[in-house]
Design a protein around this ligand. Structure first.
Ligand code: SF4
Length: 378
């Protein structure tokens, strides 16, 4: 019996590809690739939609997490980007190379996907599909059941391992044929829509471009932070991240590391603000005692940002400042808040009284990535 390794996102197309192969009597195992830029997946447990789709098909699925090598590719794509910062062709080559390794390891005969010819403007045009196939080392070994009859016969079709006449000839962006097939195969629940990639989002792309430009040695952790909160690049180069709700405030507190400053409202409701030094060319900042202090201007602006987005917007706010993993109560805070009362706490943190909210015109020049319409996956 032929054996296929199915790239399963949990979306309709890859689920249908799996159903078609199973109906043909082919043994199918699935792999789901997760990335820190996937909007619809819990990052460490894989895409729950993919797991559900695999369960319903009765096939095993394993989850592979894209790591720092994937970020390198996003920084330096060889084949260009889509309308966001999405390097779709390089991303597909990366994914198929990993799939090729897995295919060999598990003894599968070919890799199958739910790709549809012409559905995406960048990565699913005929020439792109051919390029991706060549560069991933899977020439002739990728079967796309939804569009196979419009493509060159794959090796498994040529050698009679699978019956080409049972494969389909769908192309283009309309999904009507897939919706009809969904009814035929009773696939009603496919919660992971196409376009769930943050790299295609215009605002996220703007933040990412700024990060690559200002912090070329950034890591996945830095890139992941871009999806949380409002972001500002302060006068001394530090990043300020302002939580937009309780969940984001908790995230900011949990990711704070040595060298960061955490600002929180004292006895009122409001955002957590994380101040972080840019990643240097030497990389991580953990336990780096040589980090400079924030400039008084940046520290003050961070506190004023907090006051601006606090619930009692328009009124003064008391702000609690903590320097993470550093000597407490550095004297330069006195310079930043020379006109305020400062109370030093037993743990060395500080409360600055009556911070005025920042005015919009004072903060807009520092904002990174204004909200804009989402771009389309390529
Ligand atoms: S949209 Fe492009 S960059 Fe994002 S996961 Fe899909 S192929 Fe990769």
């Amino acid at each position: 019996m032929a054996k296929a390794l199915l790239l399963l996102s949990g979306g309709l197309d890859s689920t249908l590809a799996g159903r078609i192969l199973l109906k043909m009597g082919i043994e199918v195992e699935a792999v789901n690739f997760t990335s820190p830029f996937c909007r619809c997946t819990p990052k460490t447990f894989g895409c729950s939609a993919a797991r559900q789709a695999a369960d319903r098909m009765g096939i095993p699925v394993r989850v592979l997490v894209k790591g720092e090598d994937y970020l390198d590719l996003v920084k330096h794509p060889k084949h260009g980007r889509g309308s966001g910062i999405n390097p779709c062709i390089d991303c597909r080559i990366f994914t198929f190379r990993k799939a090729a390794e897995l295919m060999k390891e598990m003894g599968a005969d070919f890799v199958a996907t739910g790709e549809v010819l012409g559905q995406r403007p960048m990565s699913q045009q005929r020439r792109s599909l051919e390029l991706i196939e060549r560069q991933s080392g899977l020439e002739g070994l990728i079967v796309r059941p939804l569009s196979a009859q419009l493509l060159e016969p794959s090796l498994p079709e040529q050698n009679g391992l699978i019956d080409r006449s049972q494969l389909l000839a769908i192309q283009g962006r309309s999904r009507q044929e897939q919706f009809s097939l969904a009814k035929e195969y009773e696939v009603f629940d496919y919660p992971c829509p196409a376009g769930g990639c943050l790299l295609t989002d215009a605002e996220f792309a703007a933040r990412m471009r700024e990060l690559f430009e200002r912090e070329p040695a950034c890591t996945l952790a830095d890139a992941r932070l871009l999806s949380t909160g409002r972001h500002f690049r302060l006068p001394d180069g530090m990043r300020a991240v302002v939580g937009r709700d309780e969940k984001e405030n908790e995230i900011l507190e949990s990711v704070a590391r040595a060298g960061d400053w955490l600002l929180q409202p004292e006895e009122t409701t409001g955002p957590t603000v994380l101040l972080r030094h840019p990643v240097t060319t030497t990389g991580a900042t953990d336990n780096d005692n040589a980090l400079p202090a924030p400039s008084p201007e940046s520290l003050r602006l961070g506190a004023e940002l907090l006051a601006r987005y606090a619930q009692a917007n328009g009124t003064v706010t008391d702000v609690h400042l903590r320097a993470c993993g550093q000597e407490p109560a550095r004297p330069f805070a006195n310079e930043a808040f020379a006109d305020h009362a400062i109370e030093i706490q037993p743990d060395g943190s500080m409360i600055v009284r009556s911070v005025q909210p920042a005015q919009p015109q004072a903060i807009e020049p520092f904002r990174i990535g204004k909200r804009a319409a989402a771009a389309q996956p390529a």
